[in-house]
Design a protein around this ligand. Sequence first.
Ligand code: GLU
Length: 316
Amino acid sequence: MILAVSTPENPPSPAGGYRGRFAPSPTGPLHAGSLVAALGSWLDARKNGGKWLLRIEDLDTPRCLPEATGQIQTQLLACGLSWDEEVIHQSQRQDAYQRALERLNGLERLYSCSCSRQTIANALAKLGIEASRNNELVYPGTCRPTTLISNPTESFGELQRAWRIALPPNCYVEFEDLALGFQSQILNTEVGDFVLRRSDGLFTYQLAVVVDDAEQGITHIVRGKDLLSNTARQIYLQEILGYKRPKYLHLPLVLDEYGEKLSKQTLATQINTQDAKRSLMELRKAAKHLGLQNLPDGENITIAEWLLAATHAWRT
Ligand code: GLU
């Protein structure tokens, strides 16, 4: 069962309805896959007369490239994908994540964990569960204490330990994806107690994204399907933190010739936004991938005109 919602600390519902966002991790410039997520979320926001925010998810500092944030912004603007409001950088929001962590601690939902990946794999092997090398490991609860307490705040800083959320039994989450329909996950068996703060002190994506989406009043999350399996965890965190649940729409992934998701790891090439003609070509490819039809295909069209046509063609 999902825990009852605790005291809501949600910001007041933003007047004016729809608020969407694009939240790239600046590990490199935009590639065809990230442009699909940017375009899809932008079109959905514009079609719904909403706001579209840009959030730079530079949380995993060792993986971020200092020049990528500027490159991403330049590429988006070259494609006519302008954002509303000030850009938020996760690297500057540690206090907000710490506050959320402390609230969860106050609710006696946290415990510290010293397991390495290998320790977890060994514990799973003992249980007869084979852990595949690249997949996430379901945490078997090795460090979970029998009685959960509110830990002293000082302990967050001093230990080289990760902090995990203690899931209640039968933590089943279901939601309706606007594109993919009904989705569900049993977090206990498919994920296990997950990490909110890593042993190196970095807050995890799961915690940061939930805090930021809530504090920015995001109502619609439109992003790549690679993030679908994170959604149940995020919904669960929203519930215990008393945040509103946004609507979700997961977009089709762009795969490379080997069927792998495009990413910096697979050496995806950056989109070419050298001039308006090339930017429009990239947008057209992204729109095709999103299944948009009957868009103007002439040469003598500006990006702004093309985006307007694409907004009309976008499903609601
Ligand atoms: N920063 C994440 C990524 O680039 C996306 C987060 C999200 O849209 O929820 O994969």
